[in-house]
Ligand binder design. Structure first.
Ligand code: NDP
Length: 289
């Protein structure tokens, strides 16, 4: 019987280190006369979105960005929202535009994302950035998937030649993380709700990314001994506490590395958003930072 105890990947500490690196890049940009600006657009009163936006605002200000949050009413029309985005696209002081999703019912998210200038699309969701990811171009990469790769890099986990299984195929997480793993020369399987015998598929994985939204879906005995387990899921457990898509305690006995929830992938998302904003500002200004 193996009772391997996994190395717990500390997303909080890693995110802090990334944020310090970004702050240094922002300072270099300022020395070059570029004052990187991030504008977050929040439509409506969704409480979770308000918390996310507050956290982004705080983190970005802390790293030295010029931050502006545009709060728009629940009743904002599609045309009004598109006009706001057009004006931000044209504003030279704004280098990153983030529209907090989900948008209130009745607004067309796809059209809104497509309206953002790809150069300022720090969420990496514009079709031009998605195409760059698939085609190996130099676009802006979605933040949570980029955070998963950054965690591997900072823990010295080599992905080349590894068998990776991504559970979940969303545009926000599953598909982009699969592309990033492929770009690192992993052999990638994408599983989803119609996958037959998910346990058997997961047991083949040297690297598992769980991005599903079902608490503790991935069981301890689905993990190959020594595997790297990256848990993207954020769910509320029966006790009201946050819990991931992986049964953390049981999986820790088999995994080589594992991210906890909270404190794993989650904190990396904002850190990578800040990194994207610094990258966008440097590219728009045509400087290195
Ligand atoms: P989506 O709901 O968009 O996608 C979920 C995916 O999981 C779908 O592809 C779905 O398959 C698949 N799925 C659902 N049930 C099962 C099942 N029983 N077995 C296998 N696959 C299943 O979610 P997101 O990708 O947006 O988010 C996933 C999780 O990550 C959520 O918990 C979310 O809160 C969290 N998240 C965390 C972030 C962070 O910062 N850490 C950022 C973004 C998301 P199908 O396509 O067949 O329906």
């Amino acid at each position: 019987m193996t009772t391997q105890t996994a190395i717990r990947i500390d997303g909080k500490a890693t995110a802090l280190a990334v944020r310090e690196d970004v702050a240094a890049r922002v300072a270099r940009l300022k020395d070059l006369g570029v004052f990187p600006g991030l504008t977050v657009v929040l439509v409506g009163e969704d409480p979770a979105s308000q918390v996310y936006v507050r956290n982004k605002d705080k983190a970005a200000s802390g790293a030295g960005f010029v931050v502006d949050t545009k709060k728009l009413s629940e009743k904002t029309t599609q045309a009004e929202l598109l006009a706001v985005i057009r004006s931000l696209n044209e504003d030279a002081k704004v280098h990153g535009i983030l529209v907090q999703l989900p948008l209130p019912k009745g607004l067309d998210e796809g059209e809104v994302v497509r309206a953002i200038s790809p150069a300022k699309d720090v969420d990496g969701l514009h079709p031009e950035n998605v195409a760059a990811l698939v085609m190996g171009g130099d676009g802006l990469v979605p933040c949570t998937p980029a955070g998963c790769i950054e965690l591997c890099d900072r823990y010295g986990i080599d992905l080349k030649g590894k068998r990776a299984v991504v559970v979940g195929r969303s545009m926000l997480v599953g598909k982009p993380i699969a592309q990033l793993l492929l770009a690192r020369h992993a052999t990638v399987t994408i599983a989803h709700s119609r996958t037959v015998d998910l346990k058997a598929v997961c047991l083949e994985a040297d690297v598992i990314v769980a991005a599903v939204g079902v608490a503790k879906l991935v069981k301890g005995d689905w993990i190959k001994p020594g595997a790297v387990v990256l848990d993207v899921g954020i769910n509320r457990g029966e006790d009201g506490k946050l819990v991931g898509d992986v049964d953390f305690a049981a999986a820790s006995e088999n995994a080589g590395y594992i991210t906890p929830v909270p404190g794993g992938v989650g904190p990396m998302t904002i850190a990578m958003l800040l990194g994207n904003t610094a990258t966008a500002a440097a590219r728009i200004a045509g400087v290195e930072a």
